[in-house]
Design a binder for this molecule. Sequence first.
Ligand SMILES: Nc1ncnc2c1ncn2[C@@H]1O[C@H](COP(=O)(O)OP(=O)(O)OP(=O)(O)O)[C@@H](O)[C@H]1O
Ligand SMILES: [Mg+2]
Length: 297
Amino acid sequence: MPDHRLFDAEGRPRPVSLPEVRVADVTKRFGRRKSEVVALDGFDLTLAPGTMTALVGPSGCGKSTVLRMIAGLDRATSGGVTIDGQPPGAVNRRGEVAVAFQDAALLPWRTVEANIALARQLAGQDRADELVANLIMMVGLAGFERARPAELSGGMRQRAAIARCLATGPRLLLLDEPFGAVDELTRRRLNIELPRLWEEHGATGLLVTHSIPEAVLLADEVVVMSPRPGRVIARIPVPLSRPRNAAQLKSQTFLEVADRVAEALGVDRDEPGVPLQPAAAPMPAIPRIKLAAGGAG
Ligand SMILES: Nc1ncnc2c1ncn2[C@@H]1O[C@H](COP(=O)(O)OP(=O)(O)OP(=O)(O)O)[C@@H](O)[C@H]1O
Ligand SMILES: [Mg+2]
């Protein structure tokens, strides 16, 4: 079982290696003959260790397919996916990969708290009650610890799923429209607050999103895909400093990068997606927490 602690027993920093993901010349076909769908064709992508990459493109261009292949849940028809030179399945089994899907599925009979704690249990980690409580607070679900998924709204369920995804301190984060069902105000708050979790802890990440501002604000590089069959048509670096903050939304650099992404997509910068301006009302302060707390059990 991997040890996620950043410090050893004597308090010395532990060397941390973050995964590198390579998707090389991948073709993906679904179905056969007349009903065949070519989802991806000649798709290439490298996720550099410790960076967050945003994947944007029209609906149906193969974004979720790419993410599923990196998670080891689907296979390329030709070409290949490796994580540090190994097949994704092997890395996933070590509990170092966390996936937040487009339609978050929580276990209906478990409470919010228990759903999040389960992720750590399955990864062979200790319970870390404090970490779980902090994550719940961070995604704005304090007071709903004991609620079951059926008692939550769609956006609340999705926030619980985000907390669950982060609970193990994953080294590879695969996020498929994690904020899709979350209301605008919360989404903007999460856009600013959540990256701190992986910025401090260190992780390689892929974020699928339909929001240009979200892609620019969260990522180190925005990869733009063509309509199906999906391939990469632009790779746009984001030269904003970290940690990211709401003020950067108004910066010239931000607007320039957002314009380049919009141009590659062939849309207006302001749509689709969240407004560019940060919320007028100040957001409640969120506690800073460290994911590495507790480490592997
Ligand atoms: N299991 C499957 N069987 C058959 N076709 C599939 C399957 N999964 C995906 N596809 C097809 O592959 C294409 C890409 O789907 P994918 O879900 O990757 O798109 P996407 O870019 O994530 O779209 P969206 O933005 O709407 O989520 C679509 O045409 C879809 O119909
Ligand atoms: Mg999708």
